[in-house]
Ligand binder design. Structure first.
Ligand code: AMP
Length: 112
């Protein structure tokens, strides 16, 4: 069950600031506040989904496709396509998911 009382929902509502790198109709991308590498950007959905499963099961196929195309586009925009990068999403307790609004981490800019 999605709970709007989470930090990414507040960023989407512009209630708290974020260092935004890209935005379109399906996603918002901004720098992670606690980066684990030189480049660490979060890509969050504009829609309210708890995690990957919720997103792919309940969002339209068109928007799912557009979201993942956006992730690839953002990696290019960050100029880490050639050097390489990692994408990951944490789902649930065992993964240590902290924010229950679906998001992808793009991590790179150095050897991981
Ligand atoms: P996770 O839910 O485990 O995928 O991790 C959530 C990520 O959100 C962590 O890497 C945090 O550093 C990051 N984070 C939490 N609050 C903010 C914020 N206000 N702005 C940017 N990143 C944040």
């Amino acid at each position: 069950m999605y709970d709007k009382d989470n930090v990414f929902y507040k960023i989407l509502q512009r209630q708290i600031p974020a260092n935004v790198v890209y935005e379109n109709d399906v996603c918002l991308a901004f720098h992670d506040i606690n980066p684990t590498a030189k480049v660490h950007v979060l890509v969050i959905t504009k829609g309210c989904f708890v995690n990957l499963e919720d997103f792919v099961e309940n969002e339209t196929p068109t928007n799912v496709q557009k979201f993942f195309q956006s992730v690839a586009h953002i990696a290019k925009k960050l100029k880490i396509s050639e050097s390489g990068y990692r994408i990951l999403t944490n789902t649930g307790r065992d993964a240590g998911q902290e924010v229950n609004h679906f998001h992808i981490h793009i991590i790179g800019g150095e050897r991981l």
